[in-house]
Design a protein around this ligand. Sequence first.
Ligand SMILES: Cc1cc2nc3c(=O)[nH]c(=O)nc-3n(C[C@H](O)[C@H](O)[C@H](O)COP(=O)(O)OP(=O)(O)OC[C@H]3O[C@@H](n4cnc5c(N)ncnc54)[C@H](O)[C@@H]3O)c2cc1C
Length: 474
Amino acid sequence: MKTIAIIGGGFGGTMTAVNLSRLSDQPLRVVIINSKRPLGRGTAYGTRRNEHLLNVAARNMSALPDRPTHFVDWLRSRSEFNDTPEDELREMFAPRCIYGDYLRSLLGACMNPIDERSQVTIEALDDEAVDVDVSGESSATVLMKSGDALEADRVVLATGNQAPGSFPSASPLRYDPRYRSDPWSEWLSRLPPPGGTIVLLGTGLTMVDIVLTLGEIGWNGKIVAVSRSGRLPKSHFRGIAYEDFVPDDAESLGLSGLRELVQRHCERLRQMSQNPAIAIDKLRPHTQRLWQSLSKDEKEAFLSHDAPEWNVTRHRIAASIHNRMTDALDSGRLQVIAGTIDKLVPGEQQIDVVLRDTKGNEQSIAGDLIINCTGPQLRFTQAGVPLFDNLLRKQLVTADELDMGILVDKHFAAITGNGMPSPVLFAIGPLLRGSLWETTAVPELRGQAMRVAEAMLERKPVAVQEEEVIEYYI
Ligand SMILES: Cc1cc2nc3c(=O)[nH]c(=O)nc-3n(C[C@H](O)[C@H](O)[C@H](O)COP(=O)(O)OP(=O)(O)OC[C@H]3O[C@@H](n4cnc5c(N)ncnc54)[C@H](O)[C@@H]3O)c2cc1C
C-alpha cells in the first residue's frame, strides 16, 4: 500500500488529505505531519475568538472546487443558521473558528469513515518535519524533530506562510515578555494595565484581528499601529456586474500595459460612481498567468510600487469590521502611523519602536507590549526553517527568482536543483507565492489541494466549473 506524507495540517494539508480520501480507488495510507497550529485549522482557522471573521463571503468558501455550495450547505446544517435567509447566509462573513470546525468535520469524516469500504486511512502525527531524504523515483523518508522517521512514496509540502521576519534590536527580545514575535501565539496574558500602550507592527489583517480582540475584551489603553504605507485594509462593498476586460493576449502587455489597462477601467468605474476596486477583482481569474508573464524586473517593480495598493484592495474586510476599525480610529483608541521601522530598543519600562516617517524624520514610540503583525518573512532562503534549509542544501527544491518560495511544475511537483520535476516531492499554498503571486486564500488553495491529490493518484483531473469570483456583494 502506498503512503503519502503531507507536511502541514492547515487548510492545504487537510484538504489534500480529504481529496486523496475521496478520489482514491486504491488502498492508501495518508499521514499528516503537523506542528504548532491546530490540526485541520492551521493559522487562519485556529483562532477561538468569534470576532475574527472570514474575509471572504461564505458563498466563495467551499473547500471543494467541484462542490461550490458545500460550505453554505454545511453552515445551513448548524442550528444557529437554520432560519437564516439563503441570500444572507451566502453573503455572510462567518467566524473563522466556524470555518475551522468545517475543515475539522471534513477531515474527521475521512479519518473515521462511516463507510467501512473506504480504502484510505488518514493518520495525524504531532511533530515538526525537519528533513526529507529522497531515494530513487518513488521513495522518501521524512525526518522529524522528535527523531522519528516516516517512510513514504510521495511527500507534499503544505507548510503555509513563513513566520514573520524580525527587526534589529538593541538587545535580544526573544525572552522579553513585552515583545511577541508571533502574533498567533498567546498574548492576552501579557496585556499592559489600563492606560498602557500597545504598538502593533503592521497594519494588515493580523493587526485588525488584534484591535478587534482588544475592543471585545474592553481593554482600556492606546493602540498604535505602524507600517510603511500606514494603510488599512479596505472594506467589502456592494458592487455591480462589470465586463471581463482582460484580453486573451494580456500576457503581451507587460507591467506598464497592464497598469494602463487597469487604470483605464478604474477611471471608467469612477465615472459610473462605482468602486474602482471592481477592476482589481476582475483581474483575479487571470492573476497567476499575468504574474508569470512578467519579467523579474517587472515583478520587482510591482512588489515595490503596486503591491501595497493591491494588498489593501484585494484582501478586504467585512463592512462590519471596517466600521469597528473606523470607530477605533475616530475615538482615538487606535492611531496609525506611516513609517519604516528601523529598530526596537528595549528600555527599563517600555520598548521603543524607532522609525523613520514618510519625510525621513526619526520618531520613537514607546510601547508596553509590542506585537509583530508584519506578515510572513518573504526571503525563503533566509527563513531559517530547518526543513527548507535541508531541502535547499540537498537541491530537492529550488527557490524562485524572487526568493519568495519554491518552483513547481504544473502538477505541483517541486523543481529540483537539476531543473527537473521531482517524482516524489510536491508543494502547494503560500510556498508558491513567487511563482503564482495569488496563492494564499481558499479560492486558490482548494483547487491546488484537489489537483495535487489527482497528480499523486495519477488520475485525470475532475472537471471543475469555475464560478465567476465575485468579491463584492451584488
Ligand atoms: C489570519 C488569517 C486570516 C485569513 N482569512 C482568510 C479568509 O477569510 N479566507 C480565505 O480564503 N483565506 C484566508 N486566509 C488565507 C489563509 O492563509 C488560507 O486560507 C489558508 O488557511 C492557508 O492554509 P495553509 O495550509 O497553506 O497554511 P496554514 O494554515 O498556515 O497551515 C500550515 C500548517 O503547517 C504546519 N507546519 C509548517 N511547517 C511544518 C513542519 N515543518 N512540520 C510540521 N508542520 C508544519 C503549521 O504549523 C500549520 O499548522 C487567512 C490567513 C490568515 C493568516
